[in-house]
Design a protein around this ligand. Structure first.
Ligand code: URA
Length: 434
């Protein structure tokens, strides 16, 4: 049935509820190029202002999800569970969590993104491993998943094509920061992976999409609700993104830090978030009854080397050079270092994750424009955490750089990111919803 798109836009503008068949028609027609961008933009703005109720959101997400291929890994016996982060700075969790979960019997069909704005992307980080292929066709993806229990790839072009078009429009029309539109965008892509369950890492703070806890909680509740509406268990964990996660911010250096975690080391905040999220995956998959038991199993997978071996297997299967996992000096390295030091004695009150992420981007570790190439070698090592006591002259960050102009462009932001006073830190995990 055909509808008047203009009438549907007017109804949403006036706060009315759209019917199931109307939503399916909009997404279906827009996906096949039969509705103009200017009208879709108007509808997105109406949704931005008026929202979508729970039933509308469930149908909107389902229609997006079915705009392209929906993967079927029913041939894989293990519980298929992915983790998605809403995006942060220094967030290399996926690179450690995938092998940790797979070593304990979860199948992790992980599709990750590239850097977006000031936030890094797992695919960009993985591509700093020489040879590593992140573009896999669906059949190869399924074969690696079955054989190794995990796969680390980029978002397939054939999954949720509606989101690619709608996201580009949202980006150009100021309608990205809408909770129903973010929730449906993320959940349609994750549900198209044919998952049994999903763990969401909803980042909160200066370096996150959601700057305050109330909005982060609302986004988490909305995504958990979408999971409930389609019968897929979803757990959302709210974690801090006021300061960067771990020490490394960049690309190759973040791979090194993820390897440290898999070898039983790594910065405590990163290790904690990796364990916390992976525990949820093991419990959702029925592998352990509760989180303490899951933690014990994960600790065993790290100390036995099983988790590290999973990463090795995946790197080999995706044509990366596995020698870099044993000798990180084989990863791209920047030619120069600059140390940023504390201007005075005191406590570290703030390390602004947004400023640090933006500085890493300006150094060349991210993209100013979509078509820009990334320099995988540049980045920062943040040497302190909020709450640490520092003395004048103590290193706050070590900046790895290749281009003097880019260094000059990023240094003021790095310096401004640190505030030294008497303030103590913010929590790492704020809560959970299920
Ligand atoms: N990430 C997504 O995939 N979609 C959004 O809308 C926002 C963040």
């Amino acid at each position: 049935m055909a509808f008047s798109f203009r009438r549907l836009i007017e109804r949403k503008r006036d706060g009315e509820i759209l019917r199931d068949e109307e939503i399916r028609w909009i997404i279906g027609e827009y996906s096949r190029g039969a509705l103009p961008d200017y009208q879709m933009s108007a509808l997105l703005m109406a949704i931005f202002k008026e929202g979508l109720d729970q039933a509308e959101l469930a149908v909107w997400t389902d229609a997006m999800l079915h705009s392209g291929d929906v993967l079927d890994f029913s041939h894989v016996a293990a519980p298929k569970i992915d983790k998605h982060s809403t995006g942060g700075v220094g967030d290399k969790v996926s690179i450690a969590l995938g092998p940790m979960a797979a070593a304990c019997g979860v199948a992790v069909p992980m599709m990750s993104g590239r850097g977006l704005g000031h936030t890094g992307g797992t695919v960009d980080k993985l591509e700093s491993i020489p040879g590593f292929r992140t573009e896999l066709d669906p059949s190869e993806f399924g074969v690696i998943l079955e054989r190794i229990g995990m796969v680390l790839a980029g978002q397939s072009e054939t999954l949720v094509p509606a989101d690619r078009r709608i996201y580009a429009l949202r980006d150009a029309t100021g309608t990205v920061p809408s909770i129903p539109l973010i929730a449906s965008s993320i959940m349609s892509k994750k549900l198209a992976e044919g998952l049994d369950a999903l763990v969401l890492d909803v980042k909160v703070g200066r370096g996150a999409f959601m700057k305050d806890l109330d909005r982060a909680r609302l986004l988490a509740e909305t995504m958990v609700g979408i999971g409930r509406s389609v019968g897929t268990p979803v757990v959302a964990v709210l974690t801090d993104m006021n300061q960067p996660l771990g020490r490394a911010v960049g690309n190759a250096n973040e791979i090194v830090e993820a390897i440290e975690v898999l070898k039983g080391g790594g910065p405590p905040d990163l290790v904690e978030v990796c364990y916390r999220l992976t525990e949820e995956m093991l419990v959702l998959g029925g592998i352990e009854a509760d989180r303490p038991a899951a933690r014990r199993r994960l600790q065993e997978a790290i100390s036995s080397g099983a988790a590290f071996e999973k990463l090795e297997q995946v790197v080999e299967a995706q044509d990366g050079d596995p020698r870099v996992l044993h000798d990180p000096s084989l990863l791209p390295r920047a030619g120069h270092e600059e140390v940023v030091t504390a201007p005075r004695d005191g406590y570290v009150a703030r390390i602004d994750a947004f400023d640090i992420g933006t500085a890493a981007l300006r150094l060349g570790g991210g993209r100013e424009r979509k078509e820009d190439a990334i320099d995988p070698a540049v980045g920062l090592s943040v040497e302190v955490k909020v709450g640490d006591r520092v003395e004048t002259g103590q290193p706050l960050a070590v900046v790895a750089w290749n281009n003097g102009g880019k260094l000059a462009d990023s240094l003021p932001m790095i310096t401004a990111a640190f505030e030294i006073s008497d303030q103590l830190g913010t929590p790492l995990v704020y809560g959970e919803l299920r």
